[in-house]
Design a protein around this ligand. Structure first.
Ligand code: F0G
Length: 482
């Protein structure tokens, strides 16, 4: 169906009747109502999607139509950078939407970072999701999942997290005052202090378990099942509906033009999955005429996707990937006791729950997967900081990945590249201070142990005696007068 032949806003049927949940496995394809809280297909255990009867929904004729929302910012549904695109995630009646003003984020042209990556001027853009209320992209998904939780009358909401999901969960529970109780599972010592601080400060029941994210994820699923908790991880298909809007805002920031590349760090693979779904739907609706390529970047210490996609040939295959490839790899990890390990703690994940949906995204967007070392991540992070925005280590994997793909010649200097900066710089100050600081012991403890041996782009603090002449002499030596 073309954009022209779709019904217009005047003929708006009730949206919730026109959305449903559907198993991604085409040989199952079981469907469920959007009023059911489900986090896996009860028939076959596979992931669920939210799908829509687009032909019966009123969708815009052109992405430009969304610009009408810009002048209606007093309406919370237009203020939100997620819900101003609600015609593209129409699963909830407007009055049930839970929003705290998320998604008002920035697509910034980044010349200095572009030079580091090897791009010609004007061609590297950073989509800065650290500007969200909780400081990471998670708010895009959380607003959608909380909306669904409200639709189904859930009260106790839970997640396992490397830190940002839990921070967002805690923020939404406390800021909305709708009677939600946040319960979060984290691996003890596995989350950066900025994120732990948020969970505690915002009153979440914080369960620290002896283990890593993969252990916490397994436990939260068991416990959610037994206690009937509403699960807020990205196995929740409504989370990913919200995360699609990151791509809508990228297009918005480019005047609705499609870039050549979207580059995103890969952890649990929710973002990459959501981005793929966004482009599949936009193409289906005739709202874009080309599709960007997608690059998903793993940290080399948490490289499941890199291994399975890059080396073992795992592919989407129209929804029927060879599951034995992943099962064999996981059995090998278990047998050898290998755990994920990277300074980019947000993506320290070896069993990404959205693997299958990510394969679909890679298939549709002619994707590539790469791995970058912690050294490359920290150097890229320093360059992002020097360029003005700042991000946490996991986010910098996207920039390190762009640089690698440029060097390999996969990305041309003239390509238009958008790197997603997923989380704010202040989420993990320990990594930043260790990189820039002068204390070798801290460097070794925080970074050396991860295989980071140089700080080529460090901006070291200067230790000076408490003496005015000494201070002035140092400033004169170290800075040029303008
Ligand atoms: N970047 C940041 C800052 C993250 O917090 C995460 C995931 C990712 C990238 C990876 O995104 O899972 O969609 O591939 N953080 C999750 C959490 C796992 O618990 O906060 P993904």
């Amino acid at each position: 169906m073309t954009a022209e032949s779709r019904p217009t806003a005047q003929a708006s049927p009730k949206t919730a009747d026109l959305a449903r949940q559907q198993c991604v496995n085409p040989s199952c394809a079981a469907t469920f109502g959007v009023d059911e809280p489900r986090f896996a297909c009860p028939r076959c255990g596979d992931l669920l999607d939210v799908v829509y009867d687009w032909d019966r929904l009123s969708t815009p004729r052109s992405l430009k139509d969304f610009e009408a929302k810009w002048s209606r910012q007093l309406d919370p549904l237009c203020f939100s950078g997620v819900w101003r695109f609600r015609e593209l995630l129409p699963f909830a009646p407007p009055e049930t939407v839970v929003t705290i003003g998320e998604g008002r984020t920035l697509l910034q042209r980044a010349e200095k970072v572009g030079r580091f990556v090897g791009m010609t001027p004007g061609n590297l853009m950073l989509q800065y999701e650290g500007m969200n209320p909780s400081g990471s992209f998670k708010d895009n998904g959380m607003t959608a999942a909380f909306t669904h939780a409200r639709m189904v009358g859930a009260r106790r909401v839970a997640c396992a997290s490397t830190g940002n999901t839990s921070a967002a969960l805690a923020v939404y529970s406390s800021a909305t005052d709708l009677g939600f109780t946040a319960i979060i599972f984290v691996g003890s010592g596995k989350i950066a202090h900025g994120k732990l601080a948020q969970a505690l400060d915002h009153g979440a029941l914080t369960i620290q378990i002896d283990g890593d994210f993969d252990d916490a994820m397994r436990r939260v699923r068991e416990v959610a099942d037994r206690l009937g908790l509403y699960l807020m991880n990205s196995v929740n298909p409504f989370r990913l509906e919200g995360q699609k809007t990151i791509m809508y805002r990228v297009l918005e920031g480019l005047g609705w033009e499609v870039p050549d590349w979207i580059i995103v760090p890969g952890g649990n693979l929710g973002n990459s999955s959501a981005f793929g779904k966004a482009f599949i739907e936009l193409a289906h609706l005739g709202l874009i005429d080309r599709v960007p390529r997608l690059a998903v970047i793993n940290a080399s210490g948490a490289r499941t996707l890199g291994e399975l996609y890059g080396h073992r040939g795992l592919r989407w295959r129209s929804g029927l990937p060879d599951d034995t490839i992943g099962e064999t790899y996981y059995a090998e990890l278990d047998a050898s006791g290998v755990k994920a390990s990277t300074i980019a703690s947000a993506i320290e994940i070896n069993r990404p729950v959205n693997l299958k949906k990510c394969l679909r995204a890679l298939d549709f967007c002619d994707g590539v997967v790469r791995e970058v070392s912690d050294q490359e991540i920290m150097d890229a992070k320093a360059q992002v900081g020097a360029g003005g925005l700042g991000c946490e280590p996991a986010s910098a994997a996207s920039v390190a990945g762009a640089r690698l793909l440029r060097r390999e010649g996969i990305i041309a200097p003239s390509d238009r590249v958008v790197c997603i900066l997923t989380g704010h710089q202040l989420k993990d100050p320990a990594a930043t201070v260790a990189y820039h600081g002068t204390d070798p012991e801290t460097f070794d403890k925080v970074l050396g142990a991860r295989g980071v041996h140089r700080a080529e782009f460090a901006n070291h603090p200067v230790v000076v005696a408490n003496d005015v002449d000494e201070i002035i002499r140092t400033i004169d030596q170290r800075s040029s007068a303008s």
